[in-house]
Ligand binder design. Structure first.
Ligand SMILES: Cc1ncc(COP(=O)(O)O)c(C=O)c1O
Length: 451
């Protein structure tokens, strides 16, 4: 009989202390950080849910592999192990290592796109959108229309709107669409999975129009596990078989190994296109490094080679998905508005519903994230108007859960602090921006409370 309690499937061998601060200290620290949690020193954060990117704990196997790192400039054994491990899962012909996901994006879009092109995606992540726009192309989000409502519960709320994709290609013309991207799981759309059925339908549209399909594969293992749990016909398949099936529908991918690569740094770009691969490697040499290391140390390649396989282990995925749902369910049971159903790597608070008294141009998401820090030293991130300006369809606060880092009692504490903020939500004020950079402004913006 399956057990009711799902435990962390690991023992803790090395610990990292975290530091308490007082409410008065946090008020001062937040003022000094201009109410932008990116600008806080990490040492002043108790529970850091800013991102699940690069913040995971590596396994003993990964650390052992790190010691096997071959730091040869060209043709290292570590690259071979990395390439074989990635190809085993992703199946693409060319594997190009990069220092992280956005480097893979920059290289792909620089080579494949030009001014005036249009790139459809279920939902672009912020760096993906910025890299598309940086080469003068237009980034178009095509989520399911019903997914825009945070409270709607759908098993595959991350799916792409296939009819919308067809209509877009018909409107702008196939020549202006150099590639289609599918982000698994759909991070900006609430960490929601994409079904195999949807990936198959998107792939069929792409094949019909002879447009390459690329996956933004950051959370491919979590997505595969959701398919196993929720989609008919996949119960008896392993997450690895499911991932392999999904990638066989595409022509390449970009990947940040800081997520389901279970590594602290790294990424890669894959393609089946020989001509594109040559151009991509040339650009890689210019800005990242030689194609057998691509801006990474041999030891990083080793950690990723082990990590992508560990991310697909069922014990790990069962715990990962259950612990994220644990946080989400404890909040929604008390009436806290979250994006439903809980996603894979994060819980998203619906800041518009949480702080309904705050006008949208006063950044309810930023105000809520600031309050979570003041209340309990918790760092989260706004995904809304500050991040996407007028393109924002929702104002969310993401509580991203680092992999294999926090235990259930940490999460219980987070729930307690959020419920305290929920009790006094009526007293919370909006924010105004006092400084912003020309792009990706949320990383460095300064804000202040509206009095
Ligand atoms: C869906 C998605 N794509 C791309 C990226 C960019 O990856 P990186 O931060 O490694 O550059 C991220 C990072 O959070 C992401 O979540």
């Amino acid at each position: 009989m399956p057990t009711k309690t799902i435990i962390e499937p690991f023992r803790i061998k090395s610990v990292e202390p975290i530091r308490w601060t007082t409410r008065e200290q946090r008020e001062e620290l937040l003022r000094a950080a201009h109410y932008n949690l990116f600008l806080l020193p990490a040492d002043d954060v108790l529970i850091d849910l800013l991102t699940d990117s690069g913040t995971g704990a590596m396994s003993t196997h990964q650390w052992a592999a790190v010691m096997e790192g071959d730091e040869s400039y060209a043709g290292s054994k570590s690259f071979e192990r990395f390439r074989l491990s990635v190809q085993d899962i992703f199946g693409y012909q060319h594997v190009i290592p990069t220092h992280q996901g956005r480097a893979a994006e920059r290289i792909l879009f620089s080579v494949a796109c030009k001014k005036g092109d249009v790139v459809p995606n279920n939902t672009h992540f912020d760096t993906t959108r910025a890299n598309v726009e940086f080469v003068g192309a237009e980034a178009v989000d095509l989520p399911l229309p019903e997914s825009r409502k945070p409270s709607t519960r759908l098993p595959f709320k991350g799916n792409m709107d296939v009819a919308g994709l067809e209509a877009l290609i018909a409107r702008v013309g196939r020549e202006r669409v150099p590639l289609v991207m599918l982000t698994v799981t759909n991070n900006s759309g609430g960490g929601q999975p994409v079904s195999m059925e949807n990936a198959r339908a998107v792939s069929a549209v792409c094949r019909r129009h002879r447009i390459p399909l690329y996956f933004d594969a950051c959370r491919f293992a979590e997505n595969a596990y959701f398919i196993k749990l929720r989609e008919g016909g996949y119960k008896s398949k392993t997450p690895k078989q499911i991932a392999q099936d999904m990638f066989s529908l595409g022509d390449g991918c970009t990947m940040s190994a800081k997520k389901d690569g279970m590594a602290n740094i790294g990424g890669f770009l894959c393609t089946n296109d020989d001509v594109l691969a040559r151009q991509e490697k040339d650009l890689l040499i210019l800005t990242e490094g030689y194609p057998t290391y691509g801006g990474l140390a041999g030891r990083d390649l080793e950690a990723i080679a082990v990590g992508v396989q560990e991310a697909l282990e069922e014990d790990y995925l069962r715990y990962r998905i259950a612990s994220t749902a644990y946080l989400g369910n404890h909040l929604s049971d008390q009436g806290v508005p979250i994006v439903e159903p809980p996603g894979g790597h994060a819980i998203y608070l619906d800041a518009r519903a949480f702080l309904s008294q705050i006008p949208l141009d006063q950044y309810p998401g930023v105000a809520l994230a600031a309050e979570l820090y003041l209340e309990g030293g918790i760092r989260s991130v706004e995904i809304g108007r500050l991040m996407f300006a007028d393109a924002a369809k929702m104002d969310l606060v993401r509580l991203a859960i680092p992999r294999r880092v926090y235990t259930q009692s940490h999460i219980d504490y987070v729930v307690e602090m959020i419920l305290r903020v929920w009790q006094r939500r009526q007293d919370i004020k909006g924010m105004r921006v006092t400084y912003e950079a020309p792009f990706l402004r949320h990383f460095t913006a300064h804000l202040e409370p509206v009095t």
